[in-house]
Write a protein that binds this ligand. Structure first.
Ligand code: 5RP
Length: 236
């Protein structure tokens, strides 16, 4: 473990270190985005450089692609790889059924496409992201820039018919400008506080024209590895 890590980074590192034990020689691996996933990319890079592990990485963002190349992981796009053995990624929240909220880092679209095209998805996390009900973390929804205010109004109208505790929405900003995803879209964050039926909400959101994808990952994750000060535990 790198020296002088904060307790939270120790936990992220512990989860990442355990997750790379599931990576085997010759695998095609989806590389998630965020600070926890970055530890996993560094750990994998070390195995590639120092132990000759042969893998092909499929990054879920331009940030992760840059980091993977820096640490020596060969990377290709999803269409070249076609189907992946495993994706390892972080999450903003996970519940006991391994449903997730993702997209705090703005990469939910590529993350969902890559995880769905994988035999298995492992989420790595510290314990703070475990929740009884999803929704305290604002739910990111990726929308096309064309008519985004209309799309946002349609989302707000739809929210009236689902069981949630809050219904405020905000356009994600980068400084004073709208945040732009790797796919050139905007993100509307939904402040729902508690989502009673994540599956129903995920489907309702994706029915709205202008919505590209939402950050609810339902039935996609196979295992969560929770890192802590004394190692990591697996939740399946
Ligand atoms: C990016 C994500 C990240 O996995 C999520 O935001 C967790 O990030 P971090 O590990 O930095 O807490 O979904 O879109």
């Amino acid at each position: 473990m790198p020296a002088e890590l904060s307790p939270i980074d120790k936990a992220k590192f512990a989860a990442a270190r355990r997750a790379v034990d599931f990576v085997e020689d010759g695998m095609k691996v989806g590389l998630g985005t965020g600070s926890t996933a970055a530890w996993m990319v560094r750990c994998l890079g070390e195995l590639v450089r120092e132990e000759g592990l042969r893998i092909t990485g499929v990054p879920t963002s331009s940030r992760t692609a840059d980091l993977a190349r820096q640490v020596g992981i060969p990377v290709v796009g999803l269409d070249e790889a076609k189907w992946l053995d495993l994706t390892i990624d972080g999450a903003d929240e996970f519940d006991g059924e391994l449903n997730l909220i993702k997209g705090g880092g703005g990469a939910l679209l590529q993350e969902k496409i890559v995880a769905t095209a994988s035999d298995r998805m492992i989420v790595i996390s510290d314990a703070s992201k475990e929740v009884v009900s999803l929704g305290a973390f604002p739910l990111p929804v990726e929308v096309v820039p064309f008519g985004w205010q209309t799309t946002r109004a349609l989302i707000e109208e739809m929210l009236i018919s689902v069981e949630v505790l809050g219904r405020q929405t905000t356009l994600r900003l980068n400084g004073s400008q709208p945040y732009i995803t790797d796919e050139g879209n905007h993100i509307v964050d939904l402040h729902l506080n508690r989502i009673s039926n994540p599956r129903q909400l995920a489907m309702a959101l994706n029915q709205i024209p202008g919505v590209v994808e939402n950050g609810l990952f339902i039935d996609i994750c196979d295992m969560v590895i929770i890192g802590g000060p004394d190692g990591a535990v697996e939740l399946r």
